[in-house]
Design a protein around this ligand. Structure first.
Ligand SMILES: [Zn+2]
Length: 251
């Protein structure tokens, strides 16, 4: 199969669309990978062996005809590998982030996306939790995405958390509801009266603010106007023009 000795004529040729080339080995970044095959491995296996997680793959075309990952490519096949289409539909738009994506988790909660995150889960625990809770596992770890028992996962693009947020919103287009979710625990925020939370407030806050929400999960109190400009800027940048709620409309 993926041997080191090149045959005189490349028997199997895969062409990857531009969006997927970042996953290929540097020598293959032009987008075409040629490899030998004995007809045994599945197309899905061949694509993954080139470095591209199947979670990132959309249509597969073999000699211009649609094929499934289970197809066993033959010598001489020409394969076109396309990227998953955006927005990618989900049964339920909820997510679990791996341990390295804490800054992204906070941003996703800021714009109201149901985001589970813990900084102390191993790979198996992450996969089990994603599967049992019906959450999409978001990660930059390609090895994790290749695990067979993972129900649904996605690679997060971008090195900066702001870019990662833009990528997730572009890919899944989850409902946009800024300031509705606790940044710390992902719980839903519900409005409360000032008198209900007065005892928890510092004098300055008590004097300055009148509208409050409380997290149903951890009890943390939030108030309008208390978010830093930086958070407001993140929300503004994440707000999508078509059909998006104006985050300033109710402030
Ligand atoms: Zn909370």
């Amino acid at each position: 199969m993926n041997g080191t000795q090149r045959p005189p004529e490349p028997p199997l040729e895969l062409t990857f669309v531009a969006e997927l080339r970042m996953f290929l080995a540097p020598a293959n970044r032009a987008g075409t990978v040629r490899m030998a095959t004995d007809g045994t491995p599945s197309l899905g296996h061949v694509v993954e062996s080139a470095g591209v997680p199947l979670t990132e793959v959309g249509s597969l075309l073999v000699n211009d005809r649609p094929a499934r990952p289970s197809y066993q490519p033959r010598a001489g096949d020409r394969v076109r590998v396309e990227a998953v289409s955006r927005p990618q539909p989900l049964p339920v738009p909820r997510f679990l982030l791996d341990v390295h994506l804490g800054a992204l988790a906070r941003r996703m909660r800021l714009v109201g996306v149901d985001t589970a995150y813990s900084n102390d889960l191993g790979d198996d625990a992450l996969i089990d939790l994603a599967n049992s809770a019906g959450r999409v596992l978001l990660t930059k770890d390609r090895g994790l995405l290749r695990r067979r028992k993972l129900w649904l996962g996605a690679y997060v693009r971008g090195a900066r958390a702001d870019d990662q947020l833009a990528d997730v919103l572009d890919r899944f287009s989850p409902p946009f509801a800024p300031w509705t979710r606790c940044l710390i625990c992902n719980g839903s925020l519900a409005p409360v009266t000032k008198s209900e939370v007065e005892a928890q407030l510092l004098p300055g806050t008590r004097r300055t603010y009148d509208e409050f929400c409380r997290c149903a999960g951890c009890g943390r109190v939030y108030w309008r106007g208390a978010h830093s400009r930086r958070l407001a800027a993140i929300v503004a940048a994440a707000a999508r023009p078509p059909g998006a709620t104006d985050p300033g409309a109710t402030a």
